[in-house]
Design a protein around this ligand. Sequence first.
Ligand code: ADP
Length: 639
Amino acid sequence: MTNSAEKMEFQSEAKQVLDLMIHSVYSNPDIFLRELISNASDALDKLRIENLSSDHESESIAPAQITVLTDKRRRTITVSDNGIGMSRDELVSFLGTIARSGTKEFIHAMREMSSGNGELIGQFGVGFYSSFIVAGRVTVETRRFGSDESWLWDSTGDGTYTIEPGLRAECGTDVTLYLRDRAESDEDSGADSKDYLSSWTLREIIKKYSDFVSHPIYLKDSDDKKDGEGGAPPEPVNSMKALWIRPEASVSDDEYKEFYRHITHDWEDPMERIVYKAEGTNEFHALLYIPSRPPFDLYYRDGAHGIQLYIRRVFIMSDCRDLIPEYLRFVRGVVDSEDLPLNVSREILQQDRQTAMIKRSLTRKVLDTLKKMKQERPEEYAKFWDKFGEVLKEGIISDAKNRESIMSLGLFSSSKSGRTSLESYVAAMNDGQKSIYYLSGAKSAVLADSPKLEAFSERGLDVLLLGDPVDEIWVAAASEFEGHPFVSASAADIEIEGGGQASSNRAEAKKLEESGFLSRVKEAVSGMDLGVKIEDVRLSSRLVDSPATFVQKGDAISPQMRNFFKSMGQDAPPEQRVLEINPAHPLIQKIASRVEEHVDEPGNIGEWAALITGLASIADGEVVANGRDFTHTIEKLLL
Ligand code: ADP
């Protein structure tokens, strides 16, 4: 460290990752090179984009290249690129901190895997920090495109790093790894440690992980003859063949997986890939992947979309939102158009007819692939649905054209069959049943216990339990599936179709009406302050085992849905609650006879009515409005 070097600390999460890199046992240390080459390749792409989009005339930039240089005497490997480089601030924030919120999860997963000391950690990589798997010290000398300053970053990964002025003359970055002693790493790793200074070893690793990288990767040793001193011009190690152009049969599974890692930085294999070529007036190639797990920013408004756009093999932009709809934003991959002009901008893409056509056909392709997965690999598909279903459902609302196909992809909890699709639901309908019954407004597990299901179970009818907040919105938007209307099981005026007759409680109902019990409860309830006004009290024909429940007059709107309306700055239609009482329920009958016995004590009825509404709230999975009074009344009833 020289006088001008400034010493700085890594952010705490970065420290944890570094610590894992240094002290965990890697079954596959080779990945450090894949990560560094991937960063170099990104830096070259970024330079091209910045140079194209900058206001001033595009500068002529040197041909892109990545060099892996070994020095056997110093025991170093240097990965160099002539890409965008980093400013001093960027060095601090990119290499000193970890911005990705997925990192916590990663640290956790790593810890889990490495617990039980000595166990080998697999294919994971956390970008740049992977260098510390093999290196005891790493330096980064870099110069930002457009800047006249160069910086040298230096660290042994022990919690601090230094930054001082560097000597790089052109834009780009050199990452130098000072390899740990083999003896030293052998001792605590046990993994077979390779000679990373051997050009044969490095060539193998580059071919395996980075063959498709679209910039040339050269391998050099400090002992090689200098360029221009005779000998053949150097050949790139990688073939640079765009994977998405090659016929699917000529690409191995591993190559596809490596490419996925390259573009996503995900350490898990994708769940599915789609290789597609569109011919005709609008020609393009697409290589798409469905990840095995959701990216951390899936629900962020500005979260990344996963499609990179190439035009005739030239990288144009990542995060291309116009090529895939919002509700498929988890799909990752590459689209390479033969017909779009090279100077296309985001603004042009938005209005472009060809882009719209590509988007339509990719959407169809992805939906078809999911359909096939659902039919052929139902178990795996169920996992997909658990992770991405909630996002896909947004498409039922926003993509009217593909609405039925997206609905067909859904898997929903249901009261009778556990889990069902809409198609199976319709196929299993009872004679005379036309509607698709559903309950919404709470988590599926709470809905499964709802008293509103009793009449349906008694008739052998299945009810969908729609527990996601987005469910109520798409059900309202779609209103039917294949001609079958969606009907809320909590609607006050529901007429339940199909199936055998439910148990009749007419006689009991008549008694409660005639004795005046119903009208007394109604009067008492109308004066109560329960937060939500109760519009009406009725004797229920839908309840079997429960004493009471709340149902909705008009459109059923749950508390979640109300909050949603509020957040959009809109007034939700007023809630119209109806209290339904089960006249045949022993508890209700007991209360009714108590009330009758004490008709001369008018204060009484208020307490009983509060008890009934409390029971309804509890049965609906809600909180009782006045818990203390409720408890007192129960005491009175029991003691
Ligand atoms: P990731 O690549 O997954 O974002 P890394 O830890 O590998 O994470 O790198 C962090 C950031 O550092 C990168 O996103 C990039 O902005 C910057 N970076 C790393 N290597 C280079 C490089 N060779 N040239 C320019 N920037 C780089």
